[in-house]
Design a binder for this molecule. Structure first.
Ligand SMILES: Cc1cc2nc3c(=O)[nH]c(=O)nc-3n(C[C@H](O)[C@H](O)[C@H](O)COP(=O)(O)OP(=O)(O)OC[C@H]3O[C@@H](n4cnc5c(N)ncnc54)[C@H](O)[C@@H]3O)c2cc1C
Length: 421
């Protein structure tokens, strides 16, 4: 037996042990009549809610494959797992990595049970790509910070309880050094979230106006002035964001299950266009057959090129996941994957357009694929903007992966107060 085969066999054995343990735990503990929160507390107390997280952050410190194993076992008995959304994917990993033990204790459990929801308050009208150039300010006032400024493109801010906020706390140091990361309570008079209507008709994000908004001093994540490092953790998780699909809910029996179904409905109302934003490459073959274009050589060529790129990207993502599971240092896959996802979305929109022609502009149930194509055409531009634009990703690849010289900058080492804006 080779070293690799032996390693694989040992891995399989450990995986089976974890599967057996969670299966037995579910057999004795899963109770669909519990409230959703009470059920998630059980999952959390046993370390099964995200088993790959550290033990002191309600996990079990297992490799990341354990998350998938536990999810499969939860699905097998129809039990809900962790909640969806930015609380789990962005806020909780950031808190786990940087927050004080006190803040972790007060905010992680309610995030893991879904009792609080989150929004990301990073972008501003003139600071998106140049996020470190942000000008929302926070000034210390006794036991609180007072925040003034404007944020923009903040997904779900209109119904979030807490905001991951980056604000400038020191204007006399270079731009990256004067930022602090806060947890902002959203329900207060100084916070006004105004929904924005997108060109696809949905209203997922907001502009958020902060006027003398108050934040308890204990809500600083990491150290004052070290917010850029903390924000990079959030951004790293965002760039790895997978395309979200609404879970299939079987027969709704039991309180925990019906509460989870209602929670998923509410959550996915914000994200219902996200599959379209990724281009719906999965629908091109069906669209070509439905429209009788499946024997058109140009269409066939477009589909083959698209599906090849999409499959190659899936394999790259899998390679990255395996490297993570083996605790190898992150390679270039993350940045390449995000760029490739943008390319898949754009190509997919073009292939759909070549199949349906002008009918792709029609919306509503009687249009091609029930209006999905029209939604793809006006949603895919978001793919190459959200979580960092393609140009910014290319800069990252150029500088950090290929080791090319950095972009010219006029603000390096200059106190932010003196930077020309
Ligand atoms: C679906 C979606 C959801 C989002 N959700 C959130 C959210 O929840 N919270 C939040 O805070 N933000 C959110 N955003 C905002 C997002 O992070 C920003 O839109 C993004 O970072 C780009 O910033 P910008 O819109 O200000 O564009 P700009 O930074 O103004 O960029 C404009 C153009 O200039 C190019 N450009 C800028 N700088 C450079 C450079 N140095 N080199 C080369 N080209 C450059 C860009 O690539 C782009 O093409 C969301 C955006 C989308 C589309």
């Amino acid at each position: 037996m080779t070293g690799d085969e032996l390693r694989r066999e040992v891995c399989d054995e450990v995986r089976d042990e974890v599967r057996d343990e969670v299966r037995e735990w579910l057999r004795t503990t899963w109770d669909p009549e519990l409230s959703l929160v009470a059920w998630r507390r059980r999952l959390m107390d046993a370390g099964w809610i995200v088993p790959s997280w550290p033990v002191d952050c309600y996990g079990r410190g297992l490799p990341s494959w354990a998350d998938a194993v536990v999810q499969e076992e939860l699905d097998a008995v129809g039990a809900p797992g962790a909640p969806f959304g930015g609380g789990m994917t962005l806020a909780a990993p950031t808190l786990a990595a940087h927050a004080s033990a006190e803040l972790q204790r007060s905010l992680l459990p309610v995030t893991l049970t879904g009792e609080v929801t989150w929004t990301q308050l990073f972008s501003e009208p003139s600071s998106g790509s140049d996020l470190a150039g942000l000008t929302t300010r926070a000034d210390r006032d006794g036991d609180e910070w007072v925040v003034n400024g404007q944020k923009l493109w903040n997904t779900s801010a209109h119904h979030a309880d807490l905001g991951m906020l980056v604000a400038r706390t020191d204007w006399d140091v270079p731009k990256h050094a004067g930022i602090t990361y806060f947890v902002l309570p959203m329900a207060q008079p100084g916070v006004e979230a105004r929904p924005l209507r997108q060109m696809n008709g949905h209203a997922s994000f907001n502009e958020v106006f902060l006027t003398d908004a108050r934040i308890p001093a204990a809500h600083v994540v990491g150290d004052v002035g070290d917010g850029w490092r903390v924000a990079r953790t959030t951004l790293m998780h965002e760039r790895g964001f997978a395309t979200m699909r609404k879970p299939r809910v079987g027969r709704v029996l039991g309180r925990a299950i019906s509460e989870a179904a209602a929670e998923a409905d509410e959550h996915f109302r914000t994200y219902e266009w996200y599959p379209q934003r990724a281009g719906r490459a999965d629908l091109v073959v069906e669209a070509a057959r439905t429209m009788g274009a499946d024997d058109d050589p140009v269409v066939r060529h477009g589909i083959a090129a698209l599906v090849s790129l999409q499959r190659a990207n899936e394999w790259t993502a899998k390679r990255a996941a395996v490297a993570r599971a083996l605790r190898r240092a992150p390679g270039p896959e993350g940045s390449l994957g995000k760029l490739a996802a943008s390319e898949v979305a754009r190509r997919s929109a073009r292939v759909h357009a070549s199949i349906v022609g002008a009918a792709g502009m029609l919306t509503g149930p009687s249009s091609p694929l029930g209006g999905v194509i029209a939604e793809v055409l006006v949603s895919t531009p978001a793919q190459s903007i959200a979580g960092g634009t393609d140009e910014i990703q290319r800069n990252i690849v150029g500088e950090r992966v290929l080791g090319l010289p950095g972009e010219p900058a006029v603000d390096k080492g200059v106190p932010f107060r003196d930077v020309r804006r």
